[in-house]
Write a protein that binds this ligand. Structure first.
Ligand code: SF4
Length: 407
C-alpha cells in the first residue's frame, strides 16, 4: 500500500472526531447501500469507540445516516483494531446482512466485507526521502508540482474549496459565544472563548505575543466548533482541525497573502500528513495525541514554510522539528469529550507550528538537521505502539482520570 489522494486527507464533515463521527457516519451510509432493503439495524462499538463513542457523538452520527438503531458498547472484547464497528441488518426479525468496518483515523475506513469503502493508492511512494529524490531528479522545488503528477486535475479546485471552508470556520468560530455540550462534570463547563482571545490579541501593541495570541484565537475558533459538532476540515483529523487553519488564516488575514497561495500550501502540508498516515497513524486511538496534534502541527509548519517560499529541505526541517517535540503526547480526553485537553492543545499545536517555521527559516541554514522527517515518523510509530491503552483515546488515564466526573 502506498499513499492515498489528498482528497482523502482533507475531508469536510462534522466534529468532534473524524475517527468517531465522520468515519462511523460514512460506514453507516456504506452499510445502508450494502444491506439493501432491510427493516432495522444494530451497531456494536468496540475498543476506543466503546469507551468514548457517546462523548464523541459516534451514535448520533450513525443515527443521522440510519435513523433508529440499537447500539451496543462492548468494552470487554479486544477488537482486531482500536476503532471497530460491526453493523447488522434485519428483515422480518431475521438477520440478513452484517459487515465489520474499521475506522483508521482522519475519517478513513477499511472493510473486508464491504470493499467499497477502501481508499485507492495514488502516490507510488512511502516516505519523504523517496519523494524528495524524485523531485530532485526532475528539478522540482514545489510540492504542488509534484502532487499534480499523481492527483486528478480537479484536486486544485477541491483544495480551494477546502481552504475556503477553513476560513469560514475560523470566522464563524470567532463570533460564537455559547456553552459547549458535555455531561454535568463541572470541570467540563466550557464557554466558547475564541472571540475574546482575538480581542485581547488585537489590543496588544505588537511583537511575538500578539502573533501567538492571534494564532491561538484562530485555532480555538475551529476547535470549539469541532467540539460542538459543527462542520470542519480534517487536517488531519477533527480533533486537531484547528491547527492548520489557524496558521493559514493568520497568513491570509494578518499577512494579506493571496488565497491561491494559501491553497497551494496545502500540497506540502498534505504530503507531510499523508506520510504520517501511511507509516504511523493519524488516530489518537492508535498513536496517542502525537498522531493528531503532532501531525497537525507538522502539517501547519510545512504549510507556513511553503507559504514563505522556503526550500524542500526547510519544509522537511519545519515538519520534523514540529513533530519531534510532540512525540509521546498522550490522548486523554476528559469523560470522552473533545474539550479538555483538546481545544487548548490545538492552540499550542498552532503556536508550536509557527515556531517550527521560524526554526526552519533561521536555524536550518546554519545547522544541518541530523533527524529526517522519516526518522521522526518511525519514532512516532514505535512510541505510539508502546503507549499504554489508557492514553489512546479511551478516557481512562492521565487528565481523563484526574478530572473525571466521579472524582
Ligand atoms: S487528546 Fe488529542 S488525540 Fe485525544 S481526542 Fe483530544 S485532540 Fe484528539
Amino acid at each position: 500500500m502506498t499513499m492515498k489522494s489528498l482528497m482523502n486527507l482533507y475531508r469536510v464533515g462534522p466534529g468532534p472526531s473524524s475517527s468517531h463521527t465522520i468515519a462511523p457516519y460514512n460506514a453507516a451510509l456504506a452499510f445502508k447501500r450494502f444491506a439493501g432493503d432491510v427493516d432495522s439495524f444494530k451497531v456494536t462499538f468496540y475498543g476506543s469507540l466503546a469507551f468514548t463513542g457517546v462523548g464523541h457523538k459516534s451514535d448520533e452520527a450513525i443515527r443521522k445516516a440510519l435513523g433508529n438503531v440499537i447500539f451496543e458498547f462492548d468494552r470487554e472484547t479486544v477488537p482486531p483494531r482500536p476503532l471497530t464497528m460491526r453493523f447488522e441488518a434485519f428483515k422480518d426479525n431475521a438477520k440478513v446482512k452484517e459487515a465489520t468496518y474499521f475506522s483508521l483515523g482522519g475519517g478513513q475506513l477499511q472493510s473486508e466485507d464491504d470493499p467499497s469503502v477502501n481508499e485507492r493508492d495514488v502516490y507510488p511512494f512511502l516516505d519523504l526521502r523517496s519523494i524528495l529524490d524524485f523531485m530532485g531528479r526532475r528539478g522540482m522545488h514545489d510540492f504542488k508540482e509534484f502532487a499534480l503528477k499523481f492527483e486528478k486535475p480537479e484536486i486544485d479546485d477541491y483544495l480551494m474549496d477546502v481552504v475556503k471552508t477553513m476560513i469560514e470556520t475560523v470566522e464563524k468560530g470567532l463570533k460564537e459565544t455559547g456553552k459547549l455540550p458535555a455531561n454535568d462534570n463541572p470541570r467540563l463547563e466550557y464557554y466558547r472563548s475564541a472571540g475574546k482571545i482575538f480581542r485581547q490579541a488585537h489590543d496588544l501593541v505588537g511583537g511575538e505575543g500578539r502573533r501567538s495570541l492571534f494564532i491561538t484565537a484562530y485555532a480555538y475558533a475551529v476547535a470549539e466548533s469541532s467540539s460542538n459538532g459543527e462542520t470542519v476540515v480534517t487536517s488531519p483529523t477533527c480533533g486537531s482541525s484547528g491547527v492548520l487553519p489557524s496558521v493559514l488564516y493568520y497568513a491570509y488575514h494578518n499577512e494579506k497573502m493571496p488565497l491561491s497561495k494559501i491553497r497551494d500550501s496545502l500540497y506540502a502540508a498534505g504530503i507531510i500528513g499523508n506520510i504520517v498516515k501511511q507509516n504511523a497513524s493519524i488516530a489518537g486511538s492508535v498513536g496517542g495525541c502525537a498522531a493528531e496534534i503532532g501531525t497537525a502541527s507538522a502539517m501547519a509548519a510545512a504549510a507556513m514554510c511553503a507559504l514563505m517560499d522556503l526550500t524542500p529541505y526547510q519544509i522537511e526541517y519545519g515538519a520534523e522539528v514540529s513533530m519531534e517535540h510532540f512525540l509521546g503526547l498522550t490522548c486523554d480526553p476528559v469523560d470522552g469529550y473533545v474539550i479538555i485537553p483538546c481545544i487548548e492543545r490545538n492552540g499550542m499545536g498552532a503556536v508550536h507550528a509557527y515556531a517550527s517555521y521560524l526554526y526552519a527559516r533561521f536555524v536550518a541554514p546554519i545547522r544541518k538537521n541530523q533527524v529526517s522527517f522519516d526518522d521522526v515518523v518511525a519514532a512516532m510509530k514505535i512510541t505510539g505502539d508502546s503507549l499504554d491503552e489508557d492514553y489512546k483515546e479511551t478516557a481512562q488515564g492521565g487528565l481523563a482520570k484526574i478530572l473525571e466526573k466521579n472524582c
